[in-house]
Structure formats: C-alpha cells, structure tokens
Design a binder for this molecule. Sequence first.
Ligand SMILES: [Zn+2]
Length: 452
Amino acid sequence: MNEQAAGSDFAILNCRVLQACTAGSANTMTVTAPKTIEINGGMITEIHDRPTTTARTELDAGGRIAMPGLINSHCHSAMTLFRGAAEDVTAETWFNDYVWPFEVNLEPHDVYLGTLLACIEMLLAGVTTVADHYFYVDQVAKAVEQSGIRANLGPTFFSSQGKASRDHSFELAEAIHGTAGGRITASIAPHAPYTCTDEDLAASAEAAQRLGVRVHLHAAETIDQTESSLASRGVSPIKVLEDTGILDAGVLIGHGCGILNDDLEVLQKFAGQVGVAHCPKTYLKHAMHVLTPIGGLQAIGAAVGVGTDGPASCNSLDLFENTRLMALTQKQIKRDATQMNTSEALSILTEGGARVVGLGEQCGRLEVGRRADIAIVDLSGAHNQPVHDELAALVYSARSSDVYATIVDGKVVALDGQVPGVDVDGLIKEMKQRLPKLLDLSHGRRIQTYDP
Ligand SMILES: [Zn+2]
C-alpha cells in the first residue's frame, strides 16, 4: 500500500467488481471491467472507472475480483476448540456424548482463544461478518474486537440454567450492542424451542423488542424435531415462535430444515423480519435428508443466507465450500440441474446473508453508501484456470485460500495470507495446552441433554 497526499481515506484500484445486475432479473450477478473503489469513514463513497486516485492510502488489486465480504449467517466460532473431536456419529451422540459434555469444561479464556482462531480463519477466507451464538459472549466480543471482523453476537442460554442466567444473557446482549466502533451488534439468543420454555421464549421476544435487536436461535433444525414437537404438543417449532412473539420481534433461525409448508404460511406474515441460515455441510455430515426450503422461503420474502454452523460439525469456516454445497444439494434434491444457478448462489451468500444478520441496508453489496466490507479474490490459480465464467469460478472452483485481501469497515484486516497484529502460532500453542482439560469427560456431566 502507498501513502498519498489527499482525497479519500482509502481506495482499492484495479478491481473487477462483483455486482448485482439491476437491469436484469433479481438474482443476476455480473463482474465489471476494472474499477476504483473510494472509501471514506469505512463507507464506499464512489466506484469509478478512473485508474488513479488521490486517496491517502491505496491498495492495487491487480485486476482481481472485489466481491461483497462473505457473511457467515450462523456459527459457534469458539467450537474451533472441538474441531474434529466428534466424527461419524449421530446428531444425538454428537450432542450427548461429546459436545455438551465437552462444554462443561469451558472456561471464559478458552472461548476467547477459540473465537480468535475462528476470526482469523474467517478473515483469511474473505468472511467479513459472522452471526455467532455462544457462551461467555464478553470473551467472544473481545476476540471480535481484536480481530477486526464484524459480528452479530447472541449470548446463548438454556432454560435449564434458570431465570437469573436468562436475564444475565439479556444484560450481556445490551452491554455489547454497538461496541467495537459499531462492528458488534447483538441478538437475544435462547438456544432453541426444545431447550427453552415458552415463558423464556416470550421473555426473549420482549427483551429483543425493548433493546431494538432481534432473536437468534435454532428452530426446526431437522424434520425429526418438527415431528417430535407436533407429536408432544400439537404445534410445530415455527408455530411456537409465532405464539411466543419471537417472529414479531424479528428472528434469525438457524437451519430450519424442518420448516413445513404450513409453517411458510405462518412465516409469510412476518417475512420482512425473518432470516434463515442454511448450513449444508453440517446437514450432510449428520445425514439429514430434508433440507431448508430455500425456494419456499424466498417465495414468501424471507431472507436466506449461508452459514457454516460451528466448526465442531462443519470442521472448516469456509463459505466458498458451503455455498458450493448449497448449490449442489439443491440441484440434487430437486433432481434439476437448472436449480440454484451461480448468480443465485452468490446472491444468497452476499445480499441474502446481510439481510439474515440484520445488516441488509449496510452490507451485502458493493455500492455507494454501504459499509466497505470487501473480499478480493484471486482467480489466477491453476485450479481456476482458464476462467470462462467468473461466477462459476467463484461458486465451483475457488478456494478460501484464493482470497488475497479482506477489508472490514474500510480497513485491511487480512492481506496475502496474513492477519496483521495477531500471533497465530502463539495462539495455537496456547490453545493446544488447554485441549486435554477441554476433552476430559471423566466428570460424567453435560450442559444439556439432547431430547427434542
Ligand atoms: Zn447452530
């Protein structure tokens, strides 16, 4: 980067911009000829064709593609700590015999270390925003602030922890909302309808309305959960969200693979404030045969984004991989190769993700007036060449390691495989020292039992 005299704070020169094509149908994306993106105060203030700038700092993108920063719409970042520690098991075994017993061992500093590692992985992979749902949210916020990523953070609670714990999680959400120079927003974060009482869900909706934030939770994660809810209480998990006021407050639903056609009618009444995070790699690993009804949700006007879920189930925090799996599984499940074309997949990844995490006006597109959250992707690698179609390359052959630079709020937070200012080797060394304690199951307890 070079220092210059005056003008914008920062400019990205010689970048080909991935943009939604406003003249065509809603989901058509295109890659422009080389342009210059001018940034002031963390916001895109001009995109022009001149090959020069008077910006104080500049980055030459060398003809690479600038795309809206990738948005991870559902994650449990600190679970990098448990990456690969529970494989080839059913969802029930995964929760009851591994993950929820592991989480008994968590101390606040573990969550900081795990989250910071996740933030580094995501920034190196072009991810500029993550919607996170986890415990010890003050530690999550500390890692987010240090790394430079943007995040919507939900302090997770279960009803089994008691009312004081629930109310404390509401206080934490209020305390972190708007911090890190505005990069952190909060959600109220009950775990799920099968682990939280209706009373606690209603209190969550009330807290979200009072704080002007939304609710982020798991709901109708699988068709089995929906059938269990119908059998035990006569209503689907989505109907529970309506009855407790969650839909009215605005909600980010993790997974929603068990959303029924009847549920779509319920959701339609609140569609402008409903987002669903689709995390296909986790679904494939857990052998789920019914997937999020993406087309049905889009048809009623609800937002759909791509997520990784936690790295204990997804292993990587790679949204190129998850976007690819989303497109492939939609084609497969509908037995129709014309479904989920490359424009649509990229639109869900970027603009859809921004809507899902409540940043639909600020992020998700590279255009004047939006935050300068940008991933610069290099398609020169042998695995992408020759590039007949940039959109196809981004969906079907690009790797997260093809990301050359990641910019959040107009700041370069990852460049050429490095995250400046973070001692990654030291972080991993410290984490490894804590792993024996984290994986020790001799206590015979778990934080919660999976019995939806
Ligand atoms: Zn989840």
